[in-house]
Design a binder for this molecule. Structure first.
Ligand SMILES: CCC(=O)SCCNC(=O)CCNC(=O)[C@H](O)C(C)(C)COP(=O)(O)OP(=O)(O)OC[C@H]1O[C@@H](n2cnc3c(N)ncnc32)[C@H](O)[C@@H]1OP(=O)(O)O
Length: 320
């Protein structure tokens, strides 16, 4: 999601929004990433939180496609990278089918290609590669930025409640915010610097936030944590491009492609620092790159995405 897409009115703000207990299982693992097997290599997914753009959330499609791909590889192989293109908008009113092609099974690597389909047409094509856990004499990583721990920061919900108190807020914005408060978004966020989430200031297109899946997943299945991270990685990602242009109005923002590399084990239900920047925008497109850090400083995953950004044409002041 991008916060620039989330605008429109609706239900009154609940006085005391329901809090999802950390003991409750994450809806991502009980529902969203549970695929129904229809035939060999063919799966059906359920749609959950729908952005106000009314196109399916890209993270949901990537996460489900990766679940489908992972079903056909052995337990000893782990996704180390994925690359995908979003070729059509996903329709939130019908389920998505995932068709898995076993491209190659090697001794150390397996590659899968997945087509996400609606009405017989692809909406996403994804390639994922899985690797045997192997020792390496080469090991390095950048250092995690020093930031306050998530316990010392306000949640996105706290910041939203503050913004909802403003009298001149657009109805569309209210609706998007209320959806977050109603826990429809199965992700928790704590911005390191709330100003980097504000549309009232111009800043460098760089921001950091702590993020984790809402609810409990538990230790255990690393394959599942990787799919949850794929879901999470598309949240508040492309919107980083707009930090330098807070006054511009977005007509259409959609991810075009997305790539991820998984470096180390992690738990997607534990806080990870998402360090995101946008090195470039131009030609109605913008590039974002991100690093997901475990809170102990280990680099868990890297992400990159290009998105389409069409702006609303400025009003012709001469006619006013
Ligand atoms: C941000 C996080 C997210 O999760 S976004 C969700 C995941 N990503 C997606 O859903 C993107 C899926 N992909 C797509 O929808 C398509 O590949 C897109 C990017 C639209 C491809 O665009 P395009 O090749 O232009 O498709 P199209 O010809 O069918 O047109 C789609 C709508 O865009 C319009 N369009 C086209 N060209 C222009 C242009 N130069 N300037 C302004 N508008 C243009 C078309 O008229 C069409 O509009 P409409 O849908 O008929 O209202």
């Amino acid at each position: 999601m991008s916060e620039h897409e989330e605008k429109e009115d609706g239900d009154p703000l609940p006085e005391c929004p329901p809090m999802v207990s950390r003991d409750l299982k994450s809806i991502l693992v009980t529902s969203v990433l549970q695929l129904e097997e229809i035939d060999v290599g063919l799966y059906r997914g359920k749609n959950h939180w729908i952005p106000l753009s009314r196109r399916l959330f890209g993270g949901q499609i990537i996460g489900q496609a990766l679940v489908a791909a992972a079903k056909s590889v052995g337990d000893h192989l782990y996704a180390h990278s994925l690359h995908c293109y979003f070729v059509r908008a996903g329709d939130p009113d019908i389920p998505v089918l995932y068709n898995v092609d076993r491209v190659r099974d090697g001794r150390s690597f397996c590659v899968r290609s997945v087509k996400a389909i609606q009405r017989g047409e692809p909406i996403l094509v994804l390639q994922a590669s899985f690797h045997l856990d192997q020792p390496s004499p080469l090991m390095h990583q950048f250092s995690m930025p020093e930031v306050p721990p998530p316990e010392d920061l306000l949640s996105l919900e706290d910041l939203i409640r503050f913004v909802l108190g403003k009298p001149d807020l657009e109805q569309k914005v209210k609706q998007g915010f209320n959806k977050v408060l109603a826990n429809e978004v199965p992700i928790e966020v704590r911005p390191v610097n709330p100003l980097q989430f504000s549309r009232e200031v111009t800043t460098e297109p760089k921001r950091m936030f702590w993020v984790r899946a809402r609810g409990h997943i538990g230790e255990g299945n690393m394959k599942l944590h990787v799919c949850v991270a794929a879901y999470i990685s598309d949240y508040s990602f492309l919107g980083t491009t707009m930090m330098s242009y807070p006054a511009k109005r977005v007509k259409m923002m959609a991810s075009l492609d997305h790539a991820m590399w998984f470096h180390n084990t992690f738990r997607a239900d534990e806080w990870m620092l998402y360090e995101v920047d946008s090195p470039w925008a131009g030609g109605s497109r913008g590039l974002v790159q991100g690093r997901l850090w475990r809170r102990d400083g280990v680099l868990a995953a890297s992400c990159c995405q290009e998105g389409l950004i069409r702006l609303t044409a400025p009003k012709d002041r001469s006619k006013l």
